[in-house]
Write a protein that binds this ligand. Structure first.
Ligand code: FAD
Length: 295
């Protein structure tokens, strides 16, 4: 099924992101986590492609198994920036053959040793180019893309960022998933600006439950996101107590999600970091709101 049909439904929905193993030896533990998260029967699951040091080798295998073995719809992430046209085309053909119908089309981060180099001869410089190619060569895929409520770190300002985002939608992107954020007001203001700019596709809110104090620094480094005082106080108070921090982090994420649903955001994607216990807890906290319980 195409994810756009789930998103247009307007009912509160919860989906989860998983990532492939960082080392080949940990494939089995990732597979177990994926299976346990799929058992919750979320609206859909997405599988990252080489993000945060993960390998891309297993992305498709995992995405395919989520759909085929566990009966949950999947989105395969696909990055293009350090790839040749041939590499990207091969991956697109493999995705088509696997039966996966949804692609989150991304540029990907510029590799550290290539920042500042002349990229004019690269096959892909921006996600728009990948989206356009997908739409022209394989119009049957449902294509999504990333967006940044707090502005992408490389952008000069939010106006420019939204103009480039609009170009992604015009190239054929049917839905957007946001970068993580910890202050819902930032999302509401971003949504207002998007609608003003004429971007009307569904926007899926990305929520990261922080369950360990050391995740905070990494989250800020990865996304440049703002941490509200309410969240900082929670980390200060519970950061040294593993169980308490986990409980508080899950409660904070749950509270954020309830506020989003209450304010008309229908679809939330949880960056569940391959942690089935966290995914299950959040899902069961919201079971009456989404009208589904997994037990
Ligand atoms: P783009 O849309 O190309 O934007 C990148 C920058 O270029 C922005 O500043 C934008 O404003 C600007 N820009 C866009 N078009 C133009 C143009 N035509 N001319 C000039 N400037 C332009 N990374 C991974 O490696 N693997 C993953 O699986 C992964 N999944 C992600 C999922 C989500 C929901 C999100 C939010 C991010 C994910 N990332 C992933 C990280 C992502 O790859 C990085 O944030 C990357 O730096 C930007 O990718 P993009 O597709 O948003 O790029």
């Amino acid at each position: 099924m195409k994810v756009i049909n789930i998103l247009k439904n307007q009912k509160p929905s919860l989906s989860f992101e998983v990532f492939p193993p960082k080392k080949e030896t940990s494939f089995e533990s990732v597979e177990r986590a994926v299976q346990a998260i799929a058992a919750i029967k979320p609206a859909y699951m997405s599988v990252t492609y080489g993000a945060g040091g993960g390998t891309s080798k297993y992305t498709l295998e995992i995405a395919k198994s989520i759909k085929e073995k566990y009966g949950v719809e999947t989105v395969e992430h696909l990055t293009c920036v350090s790839s040749t046209k041939e590499m990207v085309r091969r991956q697109i053909e493999a995705i088509k053959k696997s039966g996966v119908e949804n692609i989150l089309a991304l540029r990907g981060d510029i590799p550290a040793d290539m920042i500042g180099l002349d990229r004019s001869a690269w096959a892909y410089n921006h996600a728009t180019e990948l989206i356009r190619e997908l739409k022209e060569t394989n119009p049957d895929f449902c294509i999504g893309a990333a967006c940044y409520p707090e502005v992408h770190p490389e952008s000069r300002n939010s106006k420019e960022d939204i103009l480039f985002l609009k170009a992604k939608v015009e190239a054929g992107c049917e839905f957007l998933t946001t970068q993580m954020f910890f202050d819902n007001n930032l999302l509401y203001s971003f949504l207002y600006k998007l609608r003003e700019a004429g971007v009307t596709v569904p926007v899926v809110a990305g929520i990261m439950p922080i369950t360990k104090a050391n995740q905070v620094e990494r989250a800020i480094k990865l996304s440049g996101c703002h941490m509200p005082q309410r969240f900082i106080s929670l980390v200060d108070r519970f950061g040294n107590d593993e169980d308490a921090m986990k409980q508080a982090g899950i409660a904070y994420a749950t509270d954020q999600i309830i506020d989003l649903f209450a304010n008309g955001v229908s679809n939330v994607h949880v960056y569940s970091m391959n942690k089935p216990d966290v995914a299950k807890k959040i899902y069961s906290n919201l079971s009456d709101i989404i009208g589904k319980s997994y037990e």
